[in-house]
Design a protein around this ligand. Structure first.
Ligand code: SAH
Length: 341
């Protein structure tokens, strides 16, 4: 099988070219074509020798993902991609006032089994490779003719269940010679795999970490997220504390609000106790209802009540703006529709 050019950083491509009697500067030329001119046909890379063009065509593929569907609403685009093995994944593009962000998938399906999540209903089939994560962004930029400014790993999959590929991907897109996404504009979201949070704290990266907490006590969290039976709240928060101490970075705590399940005053107060003295900020997420799962979105007044309690108790908190409600933008929904056909 041919190599995937979008798996390569410039050092790796240089090494490969030199080994095959090409020049170091050829790697720079190729990267300029790929990432500055969005050119993916080697034969159109006009400053390369015919010999090198042929060599590249013989040894590498560029685009491997296919765009199957694009759903658009006012401020959101949802992309469904087909992979070479005919699996589906999806990405969501959000147009903020301050820039364009994309939410990408890291796995085909997910094994974490969170009860409220559409992605988890369909079990993991496989991990995505680095190039498959990168191509989501690359193709979106090309298709919409935009430059993506920030990337969140909050689509289908658990990033820390695909650690090595995800880390390589993050380093690759952060490089100024590729997609040049600033480290502080990259967010990895995890359901709380403790040893991986620890490993991640040792990488010395400036990217953002988000923890999906969703409940303020173990009894409730274990009902919502089966990972909590392996890594309960106290273990996860201890590791988050270590992470903050080591990296000096503030961590985001995601808290999904499910009507009458975890959105009551007592939950907010319990959450305050749990997070007091931690350098975190809480992102309250209005639930995106999906047809197959029996949870409901909290009422607006309840969300605001919850918000106020945190605020009054000096917890940094925001409510996530809702994007793309009318186009099934919750992670996993578009893929799940396609698979169910
Ligand atoms: N596995 C990772 C990242 C993917 S999920 C994680 O658990 O963090 C990204 C975020 O979306 C998580 O906080 C997840 O709990 C949340 N989420 C899942 N289903 C949702 C839905 N229907 N509405 C809103 N948020 C959802």
């Amino acid at each position: 099988m041919k190599n995937k050019i979008f798996n390569y950083d410039i050092a790796e491509l240089t090494e490969f070219l030199i080994k095959n009697n090409f020049k170091k500067y050829n790697a720079t030329q190729i990267f300029e074509w790929l990432y500055e001119h969005n050119e993916t046909n080697f034969n159109n890379m006009t400053n390369l020798s015919k010999n090198l063009q042929d060599f590249l065509t013989k040894n590498f593929t560029t685009i491997n993902l296919k765009i199957v569907k694009v759903e658009k609403s006012v401020d959101t685009y949802k992309f469904l991609f087909c992979l070479e093995d005919n699996n589906y994944i999806e990405s969501v593009v959000m147009l903020h006032d301050y820039g364009k962000s994309v939410c990408i998938s890291t796995q085909v399906g997910c094994n974490m089994g969170c009860t409220f999540c559409e992605s988890g209903r369909l079990k993991k089939i496989r991990n995505l490779q680095t190039y498959e994560m990168l191509e989501q962004i690359y193709l979106i930029q090309k298709e919409l003719n935009i430059k993506i400014n920030s990337v969140v790993l909050m689509g289908i999959g658990e990033p820390f269940d695909n650690y090595d590929n995800v880390l390589k991907f993050v380093k690759l897109i952060n490089n100024p010679k590729t997609l040049a996404i600033g480290a502080r504009h990259i967010t990895i979201s995890t359901c709380g795999i403790v040893p991986k949070i620890k490993q991640f704290s040792e990488e010395n990266l400036q990217v953002n970490l988000a923890l999906s907490l969703h409940a303020p006590n173990n009894e409730l969290r274990s009902k919502l997220m089966k990972i909590n039976k392996v890594y309960p709240i106290e273990d996860v928060l201890k590791e988050i504390k270590n992470y903050i101490n080591k990296t000096n970075r503030r961590v985001t705590i995601e808290y999904l609000l499910l009507k009458d399940v975890n959105d009551q005053e007592r939950h907010a107060l319990e959450l305050v106790k749990l997070l007091k003295n931690l350098n975190v900020y809480v992102n309250l997420i209005p639930y995106n209802e999906t047809s197959k799962i029996n949870y409901n979105k909290s009422k607006k007044v309840q969300i605001l009540k919850f918000y106020d309690i945190l605020k009054k108790n000096n917890i940094n908190v925001t409510i996530r703006k809702e994007f793309g409600k009318e186009i099934s933008a919750a992670c996993g929904q578009l893929r799940s529709k396609e698979v169910n056909k």
